[in-house]
Design a protein around this ligand. Structure first.
Ligand SMILES: [Zn+2]
Length: 278
């Protein structure tokens, strides 16, 4: 693995290219960011996307753009809010820019089949060995997607790991743009191993963080936390959302969700429940 490190909220190491993006200057508030949002650029190449996102008149940006050779452009430092999430909602919170680091990966996104080739929305053609056919988590049918390169996935994983292990940030979750803005966004799509990344970085060897059943918890970092029938964002809400400060008893844990007991019993995103010893 290559040498990468974070100092003063900036990434440094081989193939890290710092960019200037002065339009972003608002700092994260105390306790944030606590999430990483993964995106694809739907663009031509990483350099073009990074330059575009730095433009003053473009109302979008990201902290990082990762190219297909694993090169990493840093546009915005990790203490500053970037504009990558847009209208977004997850686990009872809205407007994810203020909670998250945004990582863009150079990728054309969804493709249309044309004979033996595959065409992006901007007209570029891709060959069979650069694409996969898969079903998006928010869709029913199979579609074609440009693949991600191993170098790109490894760079993304390494950066996520650095951020998670850095005490300056309290990163507890890695989400896809498609999960915080379903219906509106498809990125990073099924070609990106999002679930694998989460399993690898957020659950493995972290059994010390899985609380015992019956432990008390408090709802934090969410104005309103949805409580659902099942441990899934698609599951039915069973009651009014829980307010910040609500005391809950944790009954079970699954896939990043807690089954909690308060006036009602249901599943909530565990990222918004702070536990304390009994
Ligand atoms: Zn996105």
């Amino acid at each position: 693995m290559r040498k990468l490190s974070i100092s003063n909220h900036k990434l440094s190491g081989d193939n890290v290219i710092p960019m200037a993006c002065p339009k972003n200057h608002d700092k994260f508030i105390q306790g944030q960011p606590d999430s990483i949002i993964i995106h694809y650029t739907a663009g031509r190449d990483a350099a073009t996307s990074a330059e575009y996102l730095c433009k003053d008149d473009v109302k979008a940006s990201a902290h990082l753009v990762i190219g297909r050779k694993g090169e990493i452009y840093q546009l915005v430092d990790f203490s500053t809010v970037a504009w990558h999430a847009g209208e977004s909602q997850y686990g009872g919170r809205t407007g994810y820019n203020k909670y998250s680091i945004g990582i863009e990966l150079d990728n054309a996104g969804v493709l249309k089949q044309a004979g033996t080739e595959f065409v992006s929305w901007f007209g570029q053609k891709y060959q069979q060995n650069e694409v996969i056919q898969a079903k998006h988590r928010n869709e029913q049918q199979l579609s074609w997607w440009q693949n991600y390169t191993p170098e790109q996935i490894e760079a993304c994983q390494q950066v996520c790991e650095l951020l998670i292990n850095n005490a300056n940030y309290g990163i507890k979750s890695i989400l896809g743009h498609e999960e915080i803005a379903p219906g509106r966004k498809q990125d990073p799509g099924p070609a990106f191993p999002l679930d694998k990344l989460r399993t690898m970085l957020l659950t493995q060897n972290r059994s010390d963080e899985i609380p015992e059943m019956g432990m008390q918890g408090t709802v934090v970092n969410a104005d309103l936390l949805n409580i659902r029938e099942k441990p899934s964002i698609d599951a039915k809400k069973i009651a009014q959302p829980l307010k910040t400060g609500t005391e809950v008893k944790i009954l079970d844990e699954a896939n990043g969700w807690y089954l909690v007991e308060t006036k009602v019993t249901g599943w909530v995103n565990k990222g918004f429940v702070e536990t304390k010893e009994k």
